[in-house]
Design a protein around this ligand. Structure first.
Ligand code: HEC
Length: 419
């Protein structure tokens, strides 16, 4: 027994001693960091080589250990369903060991790097085949004027209105967001509007798009129809989303602070057909908001408030994604599924909500929900001076709304109805 322990100990200290960049660290950086930390991307430095990663070693150890980076805000432990960008404790330990042991470089595996680039090409060509084999059309919709970020060190939120000019409903199987300047775009949320209210707001603002801190300024026909984050995994779905005739796409784009004057002109690429390609319609809908609350929403100054809501499903559904909306004083979210048989599942837990890193959380497998199951959603708001995200002190009473000094409690879902 003793011998076994000694051998195990030896083996483990050996593998620890061998942590090197090419075998252990590069794969972690590739899957968790490079989507943002590459040339021309939102991250302030490129982490694309041994030299660059080593140069920021101290900072990387700090931000990964403190869960600041990657900026994925959902906790990992209890949620098995979600596409997680979290670093596992093994991955964090590998980073720490690598740095503590003096940044061992190791040998670059040229076969592995060839294999990686081939994978990318292969996955692209499969996408193309799907498009060719069915009667799909592609529309490239571009924001008409570039938006200028003045380089004033501030975050900017802008809503761009793009008319689709479609004279009938279409069935969209793929949506892509492409920014012309990924150095400053923190995220984009696309809503669908058939009321022309977006156009009215746009006409009142002389610059490209219109300014609005949160959302599009009103409840659009379809909210959170599509959401993009810099590190999104594009999960292709067999289903489709309906885009109603004559609708406008409203692109709510969040820009990071910048010290330099910069331009951006975003585009949306839609792949659609005139007839539904499958049975599976993915519906994007707000299922929980202030009307789901048992008490009126109000957060007193200097107060900490828990808010809770319930929603009961009246039919069998499958949930693909959820997007909670809170603002600056919102601190955490817990979204549970309470099944008819009494079991409960945590769909999402965010312990350090940050407005800037809001996103649509997609599940790797749709979550099956039987009729009569309920969603229990809880959020916590910290309106005390302890909360470093509060922009102006002293704190004030906070009402429900989309203004910067108001707060939201709203969750949209992507789901399909099971017939
Ligand atoms: C979704 C995009 C994104 C991902 C993924 C991401 N980062 Fe970042 N990172 C940023 C942005 C943006 C900043 C600038 C600071 C900020 O906005 O919070 C940043 C800042 C940093 C900093 C500097 C911290 C500072 O104090 O300025 C380090 C170091 C860092 N990231 C390392 C990493 C590492 C390591 C990973 C992967 C484990 C990672 N990041 C993943 C976007 C990202």
């Amino acid at each position: 027994m003793k011998l076994v322990i000694v051998i195990l100990f030896l083996v483990c200290s050996l593998c620890d001693a061998q942590v090197n960049y090419y075998d252990h660290i590069q794969p972690i950086i590739q899957s968790h960091c490079i989507s943002c930390h590459a040339e021309g991307k939102i991250g302030p430095m490129a982490l694309d080589s041994y030299e660059n990663v080593s140069a920021f070693a101290g900072m990387i150890k700090f931000v990964t250990d403190a869960n600041i980076m990657p900026p994925w805000r959902a906790s990992q432990d209890k949620i098995v369903l979600s596409v997680s960008k979290y670093l596992s404790s093994e991955e964090k330990r590998a980073i720490k060991t690598w740095i503590d042991e003096g940044l061992i470089e190791g040998k670059e595996d040229s076969i592995a790097s060839i294999r990686n680039s081939r994978d990318t090409i292969l996955s692209l060509s499969t996408d193309m085949e799907v498009i060719d084999s069915l009667d799909y059309k592609t529309a490239v919709l571009k924001v008409d004027q570039p938006f200028t970020h003045e380089g004033d060190y501030k975050m900017h939120q802008r809503v761009f209105v793009i008319p689709t000019n479609l004279d009938k409903d279409v069935y969209v199987s793929k949506v892509e967001f492409i920014s012309s300047n990924s150095k400053i775009v923190l995220g984009c949320d696309v809503s669908v509007d058939t009321t022309s209210l977006g156009r009215k707001y746009d006409a009142m603002d002389p610059r490209s798009g219109y300014a609005n801190v949160i959302g599009v300024g009103f409840r659009p026909t379809i909210m959170n129809w599509y959401s993009w984050s810099p590190d999104d995994v594009q999960i292709s779905f067999d289903g489709f989303k309906v885009l109603p005739a004559n609708s406008d796409l409203l692109l709510y784009v969040m820009y990071a602070p910048s010290a330099k004057r910069q331009l951006d002109q975003s585009q949306i690429i839609l792949t659609y057909s005139d007839v539904p390609s499958s049975e599976l319609e993915i519906i994007s809908e707000v299922l929980i908001d202030s009307s789901s609350l048992s008490r009126p929403f109000f957060i007193a100054k200097n107060g900490v408030q828990n808010v809770r809501a319930e929603y009961e499903f009246m039919e069998d559904v499958e949930i693909y994604a959820i997007k909670p909306h809170g603002q600056l004083i919102c601190e955490s979210w817990e979204i549970l599924l309470l099944e008819v048989n009494g079991n409960s599942k945590i769909l999402l837990e965010v312990n350090d909500w940050q407005f800037k890193w809001q996103r649509k959380f997609r599940f790797t497998h749709p979550v099956e929900v039987k009729k009569g199951s309920r969603i229990i959603a809880k959020a916590r708001y910290d309106n005390t001076s302890e909360n470093i995200d509060i922009p102006i002190l002293p704190t004030k009473d906070v009402q429900y709304g989309e203004g910067l000094s108001q707060e939201l409690f709203l969750i949209s879902f992507d789901y399909t109805q099971i017939k």
